[in-house]
Write a protein that binds this ligand. Structure first.
Ligand code: ITT
Ligand code: NA
Length: 229
């Protein structure tokens, strides 16, 4: 069983929809969100912390040495990146939703000529084991301010296998869109103001959203890799 680490029911719904109810169980654990301008760094740190949190017992190896065994965990750190604001709120999206609010993010963006934006998700997987740390292949659909993401992810992946630390595997998803006046009752967070191909994410079912969303894309990459494992 895979623990999907989040306090957000909307994310769990989408992960279950994608990976299946019997694969995913929510771990309602509020990991430390380190101050970083990089979703991958936040997610990787969270995945290590969540993995350690699942360790309940110590197992003895044949040679008598002790090893901690936890549960596989998947952390999802996401953000909304508004181009006119140089990617703000980005990694601060959760804080901005709580303070400024979704409606006012729309009203601020409305003043701008360029209302393009993107959602990004970074999934970070940790199961206490090592794996090939090579970065995921470049996605050609990426563009604009997200272009550096691959390099950042690669750099983070390399850091993550630093000796003595738990390896973490990173999967990214990205979707371009536009900020619009709120529409729709579904989804969560910024979904009502994020339009993709004429429809807001809040107007989509979880299945429709997963088919095009940042999270759906990241989950697809993760799912493919996880099933091979
Ligand atoms: P956890 O950290 O416990 O997973 P969270 O809601 O704080 O829950 P994030 O930090 O990843 O998750 O989310 C950052 C913000 O972006 C937060 O305000 C979310 O509501 C919002 N968000 C994340 N994914 C979203 C999506 O698919 N659609 C709309 N808003 C989203
Ligand atoms: Na969060």
């Amino acid at each position: 069983m895979l623990r999907f680490v989040t306090t957000n029911q909307g994310k769990v719904r989408e992960a279950r929809e994608y990976l299946g109810d019997d694969t995913v169980e929510q771990l309602d654990f509020d990991y430390t969100e380190i101050q970083a301008d990089d979703l991958a760094a936040v997610a990787a740190h969270g995945a290590r912390e969540a993995y350690r949190h699942t360790v309940v017992s110590e197992t003895r190896r044949a040679d008598g040495s002790a090893v901690d065994v936890g549960e596989p965990v998947l952390v999802d750190d996401a953000g909304l990146f508004v181009d006119a604001f140089d990617g703000f709120p980005g990694p601060y999206s959760s804080y901005v939703e709580d303070t400024v609010g979704v409606e006012r993010v729309w009203r601020l963006t409305r003043e701008e000529d360029d209302r393009t934006a993107a959602f990004r998700t970074v999934l970070a997987y940790c199961d206490g084991e090592g794996f090939d740390a090579s970065p995921e292949p470049v996605e050609h659909e990426r563009r604009g301010q997200d272009q550096g993401a691959e390099e950042r992810a690669a750099a983070t992946t390399d850091d993550q296998v630093a000796e003595g630390d738990l390896p973490v595997k990173i999967f990214e998803g990205y979707v371009p869109g536009e900020i619009v006046a709120p529409r729709g009752e579904g989804g969560f967070g910024y979904d009502p103001i994020f339009e993709h191909d004429g429809t807001t994410f809040a107007e989509m079912t979880p299945e429709e959203k997963n088919a095009v969303s940042h999270r759906g894309r990241a989950l697809a990459k993760f799912g493919e890799w996880y099933r091979e494992r």
